[in-house]
Design a protein. Sequence first.
Length: 270
Amino acid sequence: MHTDRPLSGRHATAADGARIGFDCAAGDGEPLVLLAGQANSRRWWDPVRADFSRYTTITLDYLGTGTSDSPRDSEWSTRRFAQDVIAVLDELGVARAHVYGTSMGGRVAQWLALDHPQRVGALILGCTSGGGDGTVASDPAVIPALSADATSETLSDLMVSPHWRQSHPDQLTVLGDSFMTDYARLAHRRASARHDAWAVLPHISAPTLVLHGTADRMTPVANGARLAEQIPNAVLRLFTGARHAYFLEQRQEASAAVLEFLSSHALTNV
């Protein structure tokens, strides 16, 4: 797990009073929200965030991660996390932004596009699923890798290939926030597992790009295909041989695909 010192940055206030940590890296272009995976802080994006520097990138910490609060009396769900994103946008005075969510962040992004269509420009969903009846389950052998006592080696193997790890020893920032409590970690796991936007995905109006690695065992690639079929006019792009963290393993191709899609869907045109 990533063990750098805690993050700094600003905070927004959620509807229930919880503080949501975030930061904003100003660029010349339109705002782009980057949403991390389950049980991870915004450090998830550290290795690739510079690829999107032409945009004003916004990253945040979900409840229980980074500098955000970890309230036990609050709702923890992908739909609630989407509301926290809106709190961050409101704090920044951003009326509309593109959204790129990966893994659980892709599930959060779905609710953003559904509940707040006027706030979302282009939508990019990576290594994720729609939940409910539309989910293609992972192999049961994968489940132990997501438990609190799983080794980083086990989780790393699901994220990227051994060859990639060996050649990028300092860039695997997707193994979880080591500062999380057991309560927060379990709450994240439940929130992601209980996500179910499947039946309403056809109501997404944002232009949508779906990205997925073909060797993803955590969220099988069939989930990407199903998402692209369920969301009107969605475009599917697959990365041959990439595992769950396709955006690291095939960084050049994945980031280029996102940038190309965003350049075709400026906020003034969507």
